[in-house]
Design a protein around this ligand. Structure first.
Ligand code: GLU
Length: 448
């Protein structure tokens, strides 16, 4: 009889051989199933029923051609994806990513992560993810519209408010959701508000959705610090990225009295020792869609570090809010050496496995993305609630719900880590709580 550890290793080896070359997917699976040994020991029927094997296999994967015309009238072809990973707890739910690096393996890793993240919210949402290798950089509004319309012309038949509910992610914001929703409405002859989230509040979107991932990450950080009898007041913070997640993380950090000294984009880093001026970042990124480099020409005491590593900037709190594997072992060691006390992932899997190990060995509070950035999808679920009841909640009410959900996620992860013999280990806590929720539903449904 193989030991539980051997069985888990075999499952991982099978995932690798059945999904060749999908390294990010392998990484995400490894991190989750490594946490599950004590759970399977306590509940052997999970192993007997092959729940781990089933959870690692997506329920469905759709790949399609997306043809469109650019502004010169030239024909362009991209690839579209939508993976429905797990629908035990609700309709597939997760964003769409438009980025040239997107491959099927990228979408699978994100959809897999989403399974656990969405379960952590405690709301009735399954998991999925989609997107395209389309590059929005430098594209006009008209090109964005034509691309989104073509993308939805295939996607519409696979989604629905009870089936699969996409939203935004990197490269997809309110403008793209608008074009996607418009095309869905035209093709289906239905004003089905709950089919997409991240809509504009003027036509069915939830207030706070735009802010929710960043705010939620900061609420989670606050909870981790509180567990250590500390708070954010006066702490120096570094936030990577300058997209939707980073901008609202910075806003909430500043509201709670922290000092944010750096942010970045894929070309370089802004280091502004006296504190980042958020209005400038917001205008450059949200309105003018420019590079972060421009910030330094407006603030003469700020430095722009082309191709720089943001994690070399000394800070107490680090929030990686850009993209996967942006914070490696060396960067983690630098952060620790510089006195960092807390790291929470606003992006999905931004820390490499070696980086996570460094933080855990150093006893730093480390909030994994599936817990720390669950505020975005949680608020999407609140948007679905409002759409289903044809209601629109106030900003204050929605923000209070978000705060409560993030507090519950923190408590669940914290207590579960303790219960399973790993106090302070939010990675184990998050993986175990969410795995159990999905597993229990799957068992209740018979063999699915
Ligand atoms: N893309 C976001 C995430 O990674 C949000 C997904 C959603 O709102 O459905 O969780």
């Amino acid at each position: 009889m193989p030991t539980i550890r051997q069985r888990i290793e075999t499952i991982y080896d099978e995932v690798v051989s059945r999904n060749p070359g999908e390294v990010e997917f392998h990484q995400a699976v490894k991190e989750v199933i490594e946490s599950l040994e004590p759970v399977v020991r306590k509940y052997p029927h999970y192993a007997e029923q092959k729940i781990i094997e089933r959870i690692c296999e997506p329920e469905r994967q759709i790949i399609f051609r997306v043809p469109w015309h650019d502004d010169k009238g030239e024909v362009r072809i991209n690839r579209g994806f939508r993976v429905g990973f797990n629908s035990a707890l609700g309709p597939y739910k997760g964003g769409l990513r438009f980025h040239p690096s997107v491959l099927l393996g990228t979408i699978k890793f994100l959809a897999f992560e989403q399974t656990f993240k969405n379960a952590l919210t405690g709301l009735p949402i399954g998991s999925g993810k989609g997107g395209s290798d389309f590059d929005p950089k430098g594209r006009s509004d008209a090109e964005m519209m034509r691309f989104c319309q073509s993308f939805m012309t295939e996607l519409y038949r696979h989604i629905g408010e009870m089936t699969d509910v996409p939203a935004g992610d990197i490269g997809v914001g309110a403008r793209e959701i608008g074009y996607l929703f418009g095309q869905y409405k035209r093709i289906t002859n239905r004003y089905e508000s709950g089919v997409l989230t991240g809509k504009s509040p003027s036509w069915g979107g939830a207030l706070v959705r735009k802010e929710s991932t960043g705010y939620g990450t900061v609420f989670f950080t606050e909870a981790m610090l509180k567990a250590k009898k500390m708070d954010l007041q006066g702490q120096t913070c570094v936030v990577s990225g300058s997209g939707n997640v980073a901008i609202y993380a910075i806003q909430q950090l500043q509201a709670l009295g922290a000092k944010v000294v750096a942010c970045s984009d894929s070309s370089g880093v802004i280091y502004h020792k006296s504190g980042i001026h958020l209005e400038t970042v917001q205008r450059l990124k949200e309105v003018e869609r420019k590079r972060i480099k421009e910030y330094a020409s407006e603030h003469k005491d700020a430095e722009y570090l082309e191709g720089g590593n943001i994690w070399t900037i000394p800070c107490e709190v680090a929030l990686p809010c850009a993209t996967q594997n942006e914070l490696n072992g060396d960067s983690a060691r630098t952060l620790v050496a510089n006195g960092c006390i807390a790291v929470a992932e606003g992006a999905n899997m931004p820390t490499t496995p070696e980086g996570v190990q460094v933080f855990q060995k150093a006893g730093i509070a480390f909030g994994p993305g599936k817990a720390a950035n669950a505020g975005g999808v949680a608020t999407s679920a609140l948007e679905m609630q409002q759409n289903a009841s044809r209601d629109a909640w106030s900003f204050e009410h929605t923000e209070a719900r978000l705060r409560e959900i993030m507090g519950n996620i923190h408590t669940d992860c914290y207590r579960t880590a303790e219960e399973f013999g790993a106090p302070g280990n939010y990675v184990h806590g998050a993986n175990i709580v969410s795995f159990r929720r999905v597993a229990e539903a799957m068992l209740a449904f018979g063999l699915i």
